[in-house]
Design a protein around this ligand. Structure first.
Ligand SMILES: [Zn+2]
Length: 70
């Protein structure tokens, strides 16, 4: 795991979240507003997405569903 420094997409709170070493997107909860968002490793740094904005490939739950179909 690696610590990523990100800003909450809802309230802009500075947060430290644990990310896996791979490129899998992960859900996190903001400690300030308690809303759920997605952090995904990018080529450089990390990308923060809201669930609404995330494409299926960046949504952990959507990916799980796709894998279940296999
Ligand atoms: Zn927040």
């Amino acid at each position: 795991m690696e610590i990523a420094h990100v800003n909450c997409p809802f309230c802009q709170e500075d947060l430290e979240v644990e990310q896996p070493k791979n490129y899998a997107p992960v859900f996190h909860f903001c400690t300030q507003c308690n809303k759920r968002f997605i952090v995904e490793r990018a080529v450089k740094g990390f990308t923060v997405l809201t669930e609404q904005d995330a494409p299926c490939c960046s949504n952990p739950e959507c990916r799980d569903l796709e894998m279940a179909d296999d």
